[in-house]
Design a protein around this ligand. Structure first.
Ligand SMILES: [Zn+2]
Length: 234
């Protein structure tokens, strides 16, 4: 049955399929959502369903306001509350992906930012990908899933980061969240983040050092792909 929510269900479904296909998450350790701002809702993966068993109509429609289920006959991903809070805080984004992709998750577990070590990173992210502080015991025990978004938003506010220029974060001791103007773009950024993190591990293994690229090179690469005069395409 076609509904007004069909297009976000289709976009969210396709993004979730890619999480599985690109091996960004083992088991069901990841979820994607797509937002429809006019209606104030987003479509997200249902809880616990393997990627290969997902149907488009399984995507659960939730309210941006409080993550409550607006439409659908399945339970929404337990991370829907985090997605809703990020949609409220970052009004320019259209899709969100959360995974436990191995390299980015290992890096998040260190509590360190992912520095910009090369042009591959600079093509996607306009600087280091920040790592949030750990949640306090009180935050864990009160509203854990919401507070996961709180520490992400706090990190971007405190460091004056633009979520459109740095469309990714590492939640300390947990894993990555990425976003974009669409769910498709958010998966692209999840793939890019995992690849850049793998390169950072390799660089450290080879040299024992993590030397960021010069700011001029970072800016050149980021601006040619994302700036007002973007010319780059592959
Ligand atoms: Zn998680």
């Amino acid at each position: 049955m076609s509904t007004t929510y069909s297009w976000i269900q289709e976009e969210a479904w396709a993004a979730n399929q890619r999480i599985g296909a690109e091996k960004l998450a083992a088991l069901t350790w990841g979820n994607a959502s797509a937002v429809e701002r006019t209606s104030g809702v987003f479509a997200i993966k249902p809880s616990g369903v393997p990627y290969e068993n997902l149907n488009v109509e399984d995507m659960v429609i939730c309210s941006i306001e409080d993550a409550s289920v607006v439409y659908g006959n399945k339970k929404a991903s337990s991370d829907a509350i985090t997605h809703a809070a990020l949609y409220r805080a970052f009004p320019e984004i259209g899709g969100i992906v959360h995974t436990h992709s191995p390299k980015a998750t290992a890096w998040a577990q260190t509590g360190l930012d992912l520095p910009c070590l090369g042009t591959t990173h600079a093509d996607h992210f306009a600087g280091p990908v920040p790592c949030t502080r750990p949640l306090t015991p009180e935050e864990i025990n009160s509203a854990y899933v919401l507070n996961t978004a709180v520490v992400i938003i706090e990190t971007f506010e405190k460091r004056s980061l633009n979520p459109a220029a740095i469309p990714a974060v590492l939640v300390g001791q947990h894993g990555p969240f990425t976003w974009s103007e669409s769910a498709t773009g958010a998966v692209d950024n999840a793939i890019a983040l995992e690849a850049c993190t793998a390169m950072a591990f390799d660089m450290f293994n080879l040299t024992g050092n993590l030397v960021p690229i010069p700011d001029a090179l970072l800016r050149y690469h980021y601006e040619r792909k994302h700036g007002p005069k973007a010319t780059y395409g592959q």
